[in-house]
Ligand binder design. Sequence first.
Ligand code: THU
Length: 130
Amino acid sequence: MDLLPAATEVRENAYAPYSRFKVGAAVRGLSGAVYQGCNVENAAYPEGTCAEAGAIAAMVAAGEIELTEVAVIADCPEPVSPCGGCRQKLAEFGRPDVRVTLATLDGKIAETTIGELLPGHFGRRHLDGE
Ligand code: THU
């Protein structure tokens, strides 16, 4: 399954009554399986979660802890840019060279990597000296 169609599909289920900004994300686990996530907002605004976080949570719940590809899509003029927190979450589970496809609903696409999104990220190596 291609990631962008998977992200586009799950975006339809986004719960975004406050921002009206629906986001879909899909990640591929090391096994090849695809995991989808959408943003889920809350009346208590800070309790909302991003699409990327949902996709990562689905992957981990399925027993995988490494992702090899990411796609994120939203309806905006320029390809959606993952927030700082999501960049950190992606860096936890993906190597810096993992490809990230950022897309708009009308077909604009930007290709980047986890390393470009968050250079020098804080990680496990800082905690245990690996
Ligand atoms: N959002 C995501 O889900 N992912 C992104 O990459 C950018 C922002 C969500 C959070 C919130 O529900 C809405 O988009 C507006 O910020």
